[in-house]
Design a protein around this ligand. Sequence first.
Ligand code: N01
Length: 539
Amino acid sequence: MTDLAADRQLDHDVIIVGAGFAGLYMLHRLRSAGFSARVLDAADGVGGTWYWNRYPGARCDVQSFDYSYSFSDELQQDWTWSERYATQPEILRYIEHVAERFDLNRDVQLGATVLGATFDDAHSRWTIELEGGQHLVSTYVVMATGCLSVPKRPSFAGLSDFKGETYISGEWPHHPVQLSGKRVGIIGTGSTGIQLTTAIAREAGELLLFHRTPNFSLPAQNRPLDEEFTRELKSQYDQRRQEARTTTRGYPVPPILSDLSALEVEHEQRLEVYEAVWRNGGPVFTSSFADLLTNPEANATASEFVRGKISSIVQDPATVEALTRFDHPLGTRRPCVDTGYYETFNQPNVALVDVHDDPIVEITADGIRTASGSYDLDVIVFALGFDAMTGALLRMGITGQDGTTLPERWSDGPSAYLGVAMSGFPNLFTVTGPGSPSVLTNMVMAIEQHVDWITGILEFARDQGTDRVEADADTEKLWTQHVVAIADETLFPRANSWWTGANIPGKPRVFMPYVGGLGQFQQVLDDVRTHGYEGFSFS
Ligand code: N01
């Protein structure tokens, strides 16, 4: 491929991999800055995670009007969200609208599976190899491949013997799936499994939820957005976005959150705050007090409150026990956000199968067998999570300088300067990569932040008359150490979460996202930029 890159003319200044929120905005920004760019995506449509995750009940748990692009005021004024938390079909329609509105589709190549990306050191070019034999050569590559785009696939013994239907949540078929009256089993109780549960419980004849580790789930308090709310929102959209960029989460939080320690206030006052934030709804519950994610005693008060809520909702004591046997502090695995999840267990057609002490042994022709029993099923849905943050990058066949591959480079865990670039891989950028706030924040705001910054550094390189940009190894190492050090000051690393890679056997255990928050990260990015992109070399 090296010779090919030398012989061939450049196809584009930049190849972008991924046509989700990140890839599409990257294309828009690069075009506006005068670069030629092309987006590649294996899917048959734009949308990234919202193209693939079309399982029943799929919706976003960041409020729709925050989980949307802020770069165009016309767009945010024209588009009207119907619900506080948007469903997958509505979000996909929005992304398709953006692609059309900004004339992006003409530079998006769909059905394009990337098999490899190889850097030609002598000519400072990347060659991208696609399934089917096509090769593209570019100066830069931006991996907009998503943090949750590689589903964890089932590897249960006997899987192929099953006579019924099986579905993987992240690869849900495009045709309607008929579940009504059927015996359905769901394996997995993360955000996906919980959303699936509430949706499928309405339809299935019988629903069995195979549950291994309890996750905290918080009520969304979803509602339709009426005209008055929307008018008010739109009249202050710009201020809302300005504020969002300075926050930890990438969206403004309600003023009912307390900035005190949970231990500084009386029991009654603490309960009042928890009750008010619970009633307000959404993932902000984990910020009810200032120290829930840093102080185990403070956290225990919030965990206790949620346990109490679950016990007051779910009628069956054994189910309550299984749902509340938490092995991690609240918020140290990503909390789920639901509409009626705990209430679902009171339905006569729904049961929880606790596979913590009675593990799934195999899938049989008729259903699922655990160590102590067998469950006959017509349909099994796997909601097993993702090889998060690094999965898509590691399987992309990326080879940098000196023939070093990314899997070799990251064999002890990911390392990336600002989550955006890696030494030894010049001219390659990652949007919301490991070491950036990404999945701990509102992804769309985090994407815009990274994309704007990547565009800035490419413009800077062009102004310098160079076309080779590389993160310095020492600076990258210091940043990666800093990301781990500040995570260690919190409770986050205490949990076996996908944030640490613990959900994938053999994956190095490293807390991957930057816990400092979106606003603080912006200050770092601004600082690096105003110092002439300190920590990068240009040649
Ligand atoms: O995945 P998860 P997810 N046998 O890793 C279980 C985002 N998201 O797709 O914990 C039995 O959280 C596993 O059990 P355990 C969001 O960021 C967002 O649900 O390993 N069980 C766990 O219960 C979220 O955090 C939205 O014991 C097995 C489950 O599978 C992220 O995606 C909606 C198993 C995996 O849970 C991931 O959520 C949906 C086995 N062999 C998702 N292997 C929004 O609303 C795995 N499990 C925006």
